[in-house]
Design a protein around this ligand. Sequence first.
Ligand code: CA
Ligand code: CA
Length: 88
Amino acid sequence: MRVQQAIRPGSGVKVSVWEWPRPYELFFCLGDANSDGSIGLADLLFVRGRLGQDPLSGNNRTADINNDGKINVLDLILVRNLMGQGCQ
Ligand SMILES: [Ca+2]
Ligand SMILES: [Ca+2]
């Protein structure tokens, strides 16, 4: 199962990553582009600042909200529609 398929708006998925020098956990929440635990204006600005950029470059991966390989207006619309929802 892909992580993207398990994420619903307002809910998150915790993933354990076993990487040297020590394991850590990542928390994914659909729409939380800046990974601060909520969905708001900061996420909208995060995605807007990466429009047209490669989602695989730098820390752009979370800006591709719909996981279609592009950072575009659709991702902005998704964040806008999810704004105000928290991440559980
Ligand atoms: Ca956020
Ligand atoms: Ca996208």
